[in-house]
Design a protein around this ligand. Structure first.
Ligand code: NAD
Ligand code: ZN
Length: 346
């Protein structure tokens, strides 16, 4: 079968022939419907070096945002799994023997350091291929919902959903403001989730005008990036700042803008992994404000994301790429030329 393979640290992936996988015990073979190209993949193949925290050893098939149809099942798989039906894939894979895994929070597996991989498409072969194998417990039924547009929700939906859900206590009440920085694959869904789950005014900012226009269509008030960005955000919030801030870029300028825009007692959540830092001291931050980071989300939360997708509350804007053009999807993602999320349709 054909697959997008990360072959060596620091190198652009290849589109190449790869052995079709066989489902092991408790696993299913999925015919992939769609695989989202996440900005984190760029860090996987361009930024991480061997031995660095987060680095996943090549070679493996990329693609940690997947949905597809069950083609066949391995030994011991429940008869409740329907061959031919469409399922969403929960990507993170933990040890299954610790308290975090027991809670369905495999992202925070206590034995992650000794696991051979973090997730499908992150150390283990992922879904940028015609077929992939997935442990049965990682499947969420999609019913009659479109599995192609669903695919990116496995990360670009789940990650903002988890971040927003944790911030809801800060947005609960009248006159609250949420700020979303970076309106790409994750940020566009972040705006939709905030609009659906909170009554807060959503302020959204991005360097790209098309990205801001998308957020406006989803009900956000937008602010351009640049010199006046923080001032404009302060003005929109009546000088108070935003009660919850989500940074879906995570670079020095966005982490600084996030910290400068948060209200007293508010919460900044850095989701982007660009490695930006921010000074924290008694004098540099609003009183009783919180600075945190979140990584992906739980399998239970992904069930909730699927519910929102099926209810039309989450509407990912996607650009489809045939397998032949899969590398073009990554080239465009690196160049900032993707609108919404690129999905490879094998
Ligand atoms: P993307 O490329 O689809 O979108 C990024 C957006 O940020 C683009 O619209 C871009 O124009 C905008 N942007 C870039 N620099 C900016 C700046 N200085 N100010 C304002 N906007 C700016 O990326 P994505 O796939 O949505 O991922 C976003 C980030 O989140 C990446 O760092 C990615 O690696 C990370 N990520 C984190 C998790 C997690 O669990 N924490 C999960 C998935 C992705
Ligand atoms: Zn575990």
């Amino acid at each position: 079968m054909r697959a997008v393979v990360f072959e060596n640290y620091g190198e652009f992936p290849s589109l190449t022939e790869f052995p079709k996988p066989e489902p092991g015990p408790g696993e299913v073979l999925l015919r992939v419907a769609g695989a989202g190209a996440c900005h984190s993949d760029i860090s996987v193949y361009r930024v991480f070096e061997e031995g660095q925290p987060g680095a996943q050893k090549p070679p493996f098939v990329l693609g940690h945002e997947n949905a597809g149809w069950v083609e066949s099942v391995g030994s011991g798989v429940s008869e409740r799994v329907t061959v031919g039906a469409a399922y969403m894939v929960y990507g993170p894979i933990g040890c299954q023997h610790c308290r975090k895994c027991a809670q369905g929070r495999e992202t925070y597996c206590e034995n992650a350091a000794t696991m051979p991989y973090l997730a499908v498409g992150l150390g283990r072969d992922g879904g940028m291929a015609e077929y992939m194998t997935v442990p049965e417990r990682h499947l969420i039924p999609l019913g009659d919902a479109d599995p192609v547009a669903a695919a990116p929700l496995a990360d670009a939906g789940l990650t903002p959903y988890h971040a927003v859900k944790q911030s809801l206590p800060y947005l609960n009440g009248g006159g609250r403001y949420a700020l979303v920085i970076g309106l790409g694959g994750l940020g566009q869904i972040g705006v939709q989730v905030l609009r659906a789950l909170s009554g807060a005014t959503v302020i959204a900012t991005d360097v790209k005008e098309e990205a801001r226009a998308r957020a406006e269509a989803d009900g956000a008030v937008t602010v351009a990036a640049g010199d006046r960005q923080v001032e404009d955000i302060r003005e929109l919030t009546g000088g108070r700042g935003a009660d919850a801030v989500f940074d879906f870029v995570g670079a020095d300028p966005t982490v600084s803008a996030a910290a400068a825009s948060v209200a007293q007692g508010g919460r900044v959540n850095v989701v982007g992994i660009a490695g930006g830092t921010h000074e924290f001291s008694f004098f540099t931050n609003p009183y009783e404000s919180y600075l945190t980071n979140t990584y992906w989300g739980s399998v239970g939360e992904l069930w909730e994301v699927v519910d929102m997708y099926r209810a039309g509350q989450i509407r990912p804007e996607i650009e489809r790429f045939a397998m032949d053009d899969a590398l073009e999807a990554y080239r465009k993602l690196e160049a900032g030329e993707i609108n919404g999320r690129a999905v490879v349709v094998p």
